[in-house]
Design a protein around this ligand. Structure first.
Ligand code: MGD
Ligand code: MGD
Ligand code: SF4
Ligand code: MO
Length: 679
């Protein structure tokens, strides 16, 4: 028997916990948390504990597949490469790419380079459905769209305001730090329509209606201004735009705001005083802030609040968007976005473009490309060929009936995945990729920590690392600059074009990783951003006036409930990985709709009953789960392909960031009375 321990990182959420995979005779037999890891300190959540269970699934993709007469047939790499290359040549720039926050930095770098060198900036990924408003809003206010402080640093805080984040279920090992802060007497404020596991630990809980964050945050700032609880010195020395911002706040009195968000004025006042009067206050936010047609405004309101009270640039403070996917921070850093090259250098900036033209020896387009949702909409029009690496939009995009219709209009669809996902079923060609345990590379977690992942086991069949597949296609097309022999080769190129990563080497990463910016090899990396000045052109933090706007759909007689969607602790997104895990699927394996008990009573339904949930886009079945959720609001997780929440959601976009409003749409609920099986 051979036994090996391979140090790597958990493949699920952006917390980035350090793990050792226990490899017995070439198969993963278990997981141990790394004791001295700076993020998880020897602890794991349940997903981390069982993160290896999908790796050796029988139904992993093992060979390239090609569709003929509606059926997939196994084929060789050579055959499939020549088909893809022939098609790419046919479509010129009518082509789009979806990169992947599940893949490594190296893989995302190679994919976006391939897209750009082939002449298009049509490259984007699931950050569009996630933290695109953070990249825009936090980017404008502070000059950088990344989490300002560190996970460990949260323990220093005296007040943590958690808005739109169910940290205890979605970032459990960050929640652990919040609990440690609470043990040291920090006050916890939670703003959420649901009394989540996170909200149960709150000292003050504001149970608002979905879509009313801007109102409640403006209300809090109204109290802070009125009671002169703000930090005048910070505002004067380190910010600009205060006057323009403060004027419009006047009308957001707690009484006015209370009517919009359904929370007592006294609670808003209480939250305002605790946040402003604590010596160090941190804001933690996630999808309950970003996934709205006004997502960028909510992010800016969070920034305004931190600037107003001088809660930036010190330990225990900051504005901390919790990045979702294991490598969504990295995929953004790598330029898997339509408007920026690696390192957030704008494609429209001539100097930046020249730099990349020189580095990659090619001509580059100076026009921003299309986003995920735009590429899907343009399918069959300006996009004829779509290449999807590690995303599953048929379950994860809003209004999936529309997505399916669009994918059918494509001339050619390539899907590169580890399983035959629901999206792969629409493909003309499916390419088998290695999963995280079968390759080397780096992930960048939510606190900007770049960390090594290491190959632990051999891939199934002929599956290859994503960077290798894309490089093979590029070379087959005759492009130069894709002769990488290993992931480290790619990383060494990344360092030369991205100042934030310039000082990072594989050797330096060791077991703890390094937090960017790290400009030189003797630089230790950066724990806290904006300590002396902001990353804006003039070094000042920028206030922006934001007004409350309503969500795209409002409840009416026909569709009386507000539906909000999200996650549970046991499952991950579209379920391709967690639903193949015996232990995780064993916990929860069917869709539910969380309802207020009083709403359920009026409908005549109870715990466990099967109901039909219907929106203007479609309908699904789910089982009733009673919970502490605002009256008139229901919650459905989007993990279950047989009852996809995204049949119901709509594609109303935030104008600035193009994120869809995944957290608010309206539905009706029908009591099926008789038990119906829907699978
Ligand atoms: N177990 C698990 N963990 C995950 C993931 C997963 O799929 N499963 N996914 C990862 C990813 S990619 C991401 S982005 C994160 C997401 O992590 P979270 O954002 O924490 O998760 P969600 O369930 O999408 O939504 C968070 C909260 O927003 C609340 N909410 C809804 N509407 C509003 C509103 O109008 N205002 C406020 N203040 N709150 C509102 C919801 O009730 C919910 O509690 O999780 C990451 N971690
Ligand atoms: N209604 C609703 N919809 C939502 C959300 C919501 O809150 N509500 N949240 C949104 C958010 S925040 C996000 S981030 C998105 C997530 O949306 P997606 O990224 O589409 O969801 P995942 O299930 O993570 O899909 C990842 C795919 O990559 C595959 N994969 C895993 N590892 C690898 C690998 O190493 N290589 C390759 N090639 N493939 C791999 C998986 O099998 C899976 O098919 O969903 C969004 N959709
Ligand atoms: S908190 Fe996230 S990274 Fe850590 S073990 Fe759980 S899923 Fe994995
Ligand atoms: Mo996400």
């Amino acid at each position: 028997m051979t036994l090996n321990f391979v140090h790597t990182i958990c493949p699920y959420c952006g917390t980035g916990c350090g793990i050792d995979l226990i490899v017995k005779d070439g198969k993963i037999a278990g997981v141990e948390p790394v004791k001295f890891h700076p993020v998880n300190e020897g602890k794991l959540c349940i997903k981390g504990r069982y993160c290896f269970e999908f790796v050796h699934s029988e139904d992993r993709l093992k060979k390239p597949l090609i569709k003929k007469n509606g059926e997939f047939h196994e084929t060789s790499w050579n055959a499939v490469l020549s088909v893809i290359v022939k098609r790419i040549k046919e479509y010129g720039d009518e082509i789009g790419f979806l990169a992947s926050a599940k893949c490594t930095n190296e893989e995302n770098y190679v994919l976006q380079k391939f897209a750009r060198v082939s002449g298009t900036n049509n490259v984007d990924h699931c950050a569009r459905l996630c933290h695109a408003p953070t990249v825009v809003g936090l980017g404008e206010a502070f000059g950088s769209g990344a989490m300002t402080n560190s996970i460990e640093d949260l323990e220093e805080s005296k007040c943590i305001l958690i808005i739109g984040s169910n940290t205890f279920e979605q970032h459990p090992l960050i929640a652990r730090r919040i609990l440690k802060a609470k043990e040291k007497d920090a006050k916890i404020i939670v703003i959420d329509p649901r009394k989540t596991h996170t909200a149960k630990f709150a000292d003050v809980f504001l149970q608002i209606y979905p879509g009313t964050n801007v109102a409640v945050l403006n209300g809090i700032m109204n109290v802070i201004l009125r009671e002169k609880l703000y930090d005048e010195e910070f505002v004067e020395k380190r910010t600009r735009g205060f006057e323009e911002f403060a004027g419009p706040i006047e009308k957001y009195t707690p009484e006015f705001v209370s009517k919009i968000c359904g929370v007592e004025p006294e609670l808003i006042e209480k939250a305002a005083r605790i946040y402003a009067e604590s010596e160090k206050s941190a804001i933690v936010y996630c999808m309950g802030v970003t996934q709205f047609s006004h997502g960028s405004d909510s992010v800016k309101a969070c920034c305004n609040l931190a600037l107003l009270t001088g809660n930036v640039g010190r330990p225990g403070t900051g504005v901390n968007p919790l990045r979702g996917q294991n490598n969504v921070q990295g995929a953004c850093d790598m330029g898997a976005l339509p408007n920026v090259f690696p390192g957030y250098q704008k494609v429209t900036d001539e100097k930046a473009r020249k730099k990349f033209e020189e580095a990659w020896s090619c001509e580059l387009s100076g026009e921003a490309g299309l986003t995920v949702t735009e590429m899907i909409d343009e399918a069959g029009k300006s996009i004829k060929f779509l290449y999807i690496m590690g995303e599953n939009p048929v379950i994860s995009d809003p209004d999936v009936s529309h997505v399916e219709k669009c994918l059918r209009k494509l001339d050619f669809l390539v899907v590169q995945d580890i399983f035959l996902s629901d999206t792969a079923k629409f493909a003309d060609v499916v390419l088998p990729a290695c999963c995280w345990a079968e390759k080397d590379g780096t992930f960048t977690n939510t606190e900007r920590r770049v960390q090594l992942i290491r190959k632990a086991v051999e891939p199934p069949g002929e599956a290859l690392p994503d960077w290798k597949i894309v490089s093979m296609i590029a070379k087959e097309l005759g492009l130069s600059g894709f002769d990488y022999s290993c992931a480290e080769d790619v990383f060494n190129e990344i360092r030369t074009v991205m100042p934030q990563y310039a000082g990072i080497t594989y050797r330096r990463l060791g077991l703890r990783g390094i937090q960017w910016p790290c400009p030189a090899e003797d630089h230790p990396g950066t724990q806290i951003l904006h300590t002396e000045k902001f990353a804006t052109p003039d070094g000042l933090g920028r206030f922006t006036a934001v007004e409350f706007r309503e969500s795209a759909e409002k409840p009416d007689d026909e569709y009386p409930f507000i539906l909000t969607t999200g996650r549970i602790v046991f499952h991950y997104h579209t379920g391709t990985m967690t639903r193949r895990s015996e232990h995780l699927a064993g916990e929860v394996n069917e869709c539910f709709v969380e309802m207020n008990p009083e709403d359920a009573r009026r409908l005549g339904v109870g715990q466990g009953d099967c109901v039909k949930v219907k929106s203007r886009r479609g309908e699904i079945f789910a089982r009733v789960r009673l919970g502490d959720i605002k009256r008139g609001v229901v919650f459905i997780p989007f993990h279950f392909a047989e009852s996809p929440a995204n049949r119901l959601t709509l594609c109303a976009l935030d104008e600035r960031s193009k994120i869809p409003e995944l957290k608010v749409c309206t539905v009706k609920i029908e009591n099926l009375k008789v038990e119906q099986k829907w699978q």
